[in-house]
Design a protein around this ligand. Structure first.
Ligand code: AMP
Length: 583
């Protein structure tokens, strides 16, 4: 189906700006269908699963119709669970970022009434709540609904399944008759249809229909991965299969940028492709990818449309696509010309429902795979390395090397010992390389933070110091050493300021580019899941680069070119380091 660009949807400039900040490139199918109809003021039944962009599909038109001068509740959104209410409220908060005078509050069971009462008293135009708690507030007289113009039931089928029918009906009867009633539901069950008949006026059904498409030749698997572990799992899979030509799909431009810098920091040859890049930049990236100097292309659907690459080994859905057709288009880029390809999808939380839709639509069996452990990766890499040795032996032309090794044989070493020593040296070199990649611990009383910008971004130590001192209360005397690399940097900050820095600068912009400050991993934590678990918190702290690529990465890939590859790899992975000692 044709998807619309957001600038084709007659949205306010403030809304366009917020959407651009969120990194959305184009409206998802359900947004394309639903936004114009909701904006016309009609009652709507939207059939959409979670993950399709449904929140913005009803959130955008709801926000656009709010009168900021009127502080009364104008839109009420009901959600089945507190988690969903919070999620919807967060998405709406991002969408109202540039709208002055509009506020939103989630109200749900389990949270103290006081906080909710304070928010409601101050005046708020958008209320998102679970049915029970909303009903309580209505009964206590603390939620006034006489100015409500829109009522939205999100995941209506789920609410009915959870036994909220009476509460929902109670709320619906308290909303003025002159209103717009919108239902979103993944299924169109009989009880839903009864509810719409009773409470909606001439509703328009909005859903995304598509033909079934099938994909053959492609091995499709999915991994259940929490968002903060996706990067780690991606690199393990790439390493394990020794992938050299792949596309990783993300849903937003922001995610593309973030993933590219993380992959580069880990030493992969990766670059991104998205709608904000000009033609020359795109052509350059594509030329490098086709020539094989770039191994990983990270792209949005829009950017990948129309690019033609043969011989892809694998496609990753780092984010599951918002519609099933996009899934087929994405993975169809591998397994061309009768070759077999691999498609890996990351599924977190409720994505599983979307994956089930995809399976239904594509008639495909997408198998759950276990996330490879470090031992699995190491074992497979060892096997790959041994296979390569076999290959080199079969290719022959080893006379010169044999003659050199014979020198040791005369000294009474066995060939097995010599081979083992070479293997060990290879391992050691890779380890030393990883270790040299600045895994040292911070000085006493300080934490070492990883910054996702480096010299290539033209960043100077003073930029990092300014970012810290201007946005947090840290004085410059509490900032330690700063190490700049090509694509990332490290900065030491006094422990007492670390959490403030991470809170304020976890994600920000510097020199006009997105940047994040994160806690760096210690040397011992190189690839150590246990270590990560111990320091808890759930942030992705694996970006110091190097760790996960220890092992055999310096092996010659394919035939000759060992040295060249090695140098290239080293240059790209470490760049030239520039150190600023601060005291
Ligand atoms: P939802 O279906 O509302 O749960 O949305 C799933 C995720 O998709 C959320 O993280 C949204 O921020 C994101 N999203 C919504 N619309 C778009 C879009 N047009 N492009 C990319 N991501 C989107």
């Amino acid at each position: 189906m044709n998807k619309l660009r957001f600038d084709e949807l007659s949205l306010s400039p403030e809304m366009q700006r917020a959407i651009a900040d969120m990194g959305f490139e184009e409206a998802s199918p359900i947004q394309t269908e639903a936004i114009p109809v909701i904006m016309q003021g009609r009652d709507v039944i939207g059939q959409a699963q979670t993950g399709t962009g449904k929140t913005a599909a009803f959130g955008i038109p709801a926000i656009e119709s709010i009168d900021p001068k009127d502080r009364r509740v104008q839109t009420l959104i009901l959600c089945p669970t507190r988690e969903l209410a919070v999620q919807v409220s967060e998405e709406i908060s991002r969408l109202i970022k540039y709208k002055n005078g509009i506020s939103v509050v989630p109200i749900y069971g389990g949270q103290s009434y006081d906080r909710q009462l304070r928010a409601l008293k101050q005046g708020v135009q958008i209320v998102i709540g679970t049915p029970g708690r909303v009903m309580d507030h209505i009964e206590r007289g603390t939620l006034q609904l006489d100015a409500v113009k829109k009522i939205i039931l999100d995941e209506a089928d789920e609410m009915l399944d959870m036994g909220f029918r009476e509460d929902i009906e109670f709320v619906l009867t308290k909303i003025p008759a002159e209103r717009q009633t919108i239902f979103f539901s993944a299924t169109m069950s009989k009880p839903i249809m009864e509810l719409t008949k009773k409470y909606q006026r001439d509703p328009q059904l909005v859903k995304v229909v598509h033909q079934t498409l099938t994909v053959t030749n492609i091995e499709q698997v999915y991994y259940e991965v929490r968002n903060n572990m996706k990067m780690e799992v991606l690199s393990r899979i790439i390493d394990m299969y020794n992938l050299k030509s792949l596309i990783v799909f993300c849903n937003t431009k922001r995610m593309v940028d973030e993933l590219v810098s993380n992959l580069q920091a880990r030493g992969y040859f990766a670059d991104g492709l998205h709608g904000d890049m000009n033609q020359t930049q795109r052509t350059n990236v594509m030329a490098k990818f086709k020539a094989g100097t770039l191994e990983i292309l990270v792209a949005t659907d829009v950017a990948a449309r129309g690019i033609d690459v043969e011989d892809l080994e694998a496609v990753f859905n780092y984010d599951l696509p918002q519609d099933e057709e996009a899934y087929v288009h994405r993975i169809g880029r591998t397994g061309r010309a009768g070759k077999s390809g691999k498609a890996f999808s990351f599924v977190s939380g409720r994505d599983i429902y979307k994956l089930k839709d995809i399976m239904r639509f594509t008639n495909a069996k997408i198998k759950l795979a276990a996330v490879p452990s470090y031992e699995d990766v190491a074992e497979i890499k060892t096997n790959l390395f041994l296979d390569q040795i076999k290959e080199v032996i079969q290719q022959g032309k080893l006379e010169k090397h044999i003659a050199r090794i014979e020198r040791l044989l005369t000294e009474d070493f066995t060939s097995l010992e010599i081979a083992a020593a070479l293997l060990k040296m290879n391992l050691k070199e890779a380890k030393a390389q990883a270790a040299s990649e600045e895994m040292k611990g911070p000085r006493e009383g300080y934490n070492r933070l990883f910054v996702t910008m480096g010299k290539k971004d033209r960043i100077h130590p003073k930029d990092i110091i300014e970012a810290l001192t201007e946005n947090t209360s840290i004085p410059s005397s509490k900032i330690g050493d700063i190490d700049l690399y090509d694509k990332f940097s490290f900065v030491e900050v006094a422990k007492e300021y670390t959490s403030e820095v991470l809170d304020r600068l976890g994600r920000t912009t510097l020199l006009g580019k997105p940047v994040s400050f994160e806690k760096a991993q210690s040397k011992n934590a190189m690839g150590g899941e246990k270590e990560r678990d111990r320091d808890g918190g759930g942030r992705d702290r694996d970006r110091d680069g190097g760790g996960s690529r220890g092992g055999f990465e310096d092996r010659p890939r394919g035939g000759g070119g060992f040295r060249e590859r090695n140098d290239r790899e080293r240059n790209s992975r470490f760049g030239k380091r520039e150190k600023t000692r601060r005291w």
